[in-house]
Design a protein around this ligand. Sequence first.
Ligand SMILES: *[C@@H]1O[C@H](CO)[C@@H](O)[C@H](O)[C@H]1NC(C)=O
Ligand SMILES: *[C@@H]1O[C@H](CO)[C@@H](O)[C@H](O)[C@H]1NC(C)=O
Ligand SMILES: *[C@@H]1O[C@H](CO)[C@@H](O)[C@H](O)[C@H]1NC(C)=O
Length: 441
Amino acid sequence: MVRRVLSAALAAAALTGTAFATCTKDSHCPQDTPCCSLYGECGVGAYCLGGCDPLMSHSFDSCVPGPVCKSATYNLDSLDDVQTIDKYLGDASKINWQSQGMPAIYTDPSSGEKSTLLTLAEGTSGTLLASTHYVWYGKICSKLTTAQGAGVVTAFILMSDVKDEIDFEWIGIDTAHVQSNYYSQGVTVYTNGKNLTVSGQSTVAQAHEYCIDWKEDSLVWSVDGNDMRTLNRKDTWNSTSNRFDYPQTPSRIMLSLWPAGLSTNDKGTVEWAGGEIDWNSPYMDNGYYYARFHEVTVECYDPPEEAQIKGSKTYKYTDKAGTNNTVAITDDSVILGSLLGTGEDPGEAAKSGDASATASVAMVPGGNPGGGIRAEATTAAAASATDGSTAQATGSSSSGDSQTFSQGDSTGAGSALEPGLGRIGGSALAIVVAITGLIVL
Ligand SMILES: *[C@@H]1O[C@H](CO)[C@@H](O)[C@H](O)[C@H]1NC(C)=O
Ligand SMILES: *[C@@H]1O[C@H](CO)[C@@H](O)[C@H](O)[C@H]1NC(C)=O
Ligand SMILES: *[C@@H]1O[C@H](CO)[C@@H](O)[C@H](O)[C@H]1NC(C)=O
């Protein structure tokens, strides 16, 4: 008796037309693809890590519990602490940042200081770094210089898995201001936004320090040490939903540069971003727009009194309300064996042997959620507009070492990406794997 099992995994741009199960609060993901991504699509693997929505997934255990807050200073002077989303399996003790798109290290020619460039080339959805640890109240600061040009948006945001969100966003045509914003559970109330003045040199010419001081009762946005806006929880009561529309759940830190000004995006988003992007702009270098992040600091505060404290390692939701009092701190920690794993069934490192079905499974969500709610609203359009032409745009920079940045040296992060996956990771397409099992007796 010969038992032969063939397990073929194909990262398949060819399969992008495949329809996947979608998810909402009323219609959760099915058991075989239990995890609901930020974009409302079901899958396994990276779908179950950061951004997995516990209120739309198959069960509260489908999503991998989020690693607790860790106070730290990140210098962002190398990519050693960054892993691409198609490689990261959930071990936050080893890696602090997950990436999508094309980050690169930039060395300032005069000071020698290194920082991380987030790049945005035509045909891609830009670059996102997301922290692997969550913050559940804390002071989070970043020093950065923004990208410039119509339609190009630099973002430094906090976003929870139930889509509470706190934003700093820079519109590339307005380099004297930053927009502050917040959302509660993904409800789009655009009037929450406020435009703040950045004094001194422009947001492009000079690195400023932007901080989000997030406490249970108040939220303060500050620039260069000056408090610019305060939101008090007591002023956010919503008598329709019967809760405070105040960000209150464990959130990841996201740094991103994303293309809001695409003709395929929602018209309101394009207008908000100052119009469509010019892909032959003087503000581009080496074929891309770029924002430069110098540093991120995180000072964790105590979790709220309402928290259900059962351990010290991870945050986990226990109820569909998705409010602060329904989050537990537990000792449950999960590291996936492979991108076929889920929170309930992490699996083991890839092995051949037991696949006996034929299936297509989505393992790595596409898109750049670094744009927060606004980007999410426009993702579907971007995904259908992104096609083979993407390959050229990021493919050339992923070929690596010959890349030079005209303002100084840069190490292309592209060399850290496998060309195939890097190309897909930089686009709005999900990575899909076909598993074919064949048993011959
Ligand atoms: C922010 O406010 C300033 C001054 O009122 C205005 O010039 C600028 O266009 C505003 N920026 C945005 C993006 O709305
Ligand atoms: C209150 O909550 C409801 C339901 O989520 C939402 O539709 C509405 O916009 C909220 N009201 C305000 C003023 O934010
Ligand atoms: C957290 O939950 C408690 C108990 O339900 C509630 O009183 C409090 O307002 C909540 N905090 C926020 C920020 O909504």
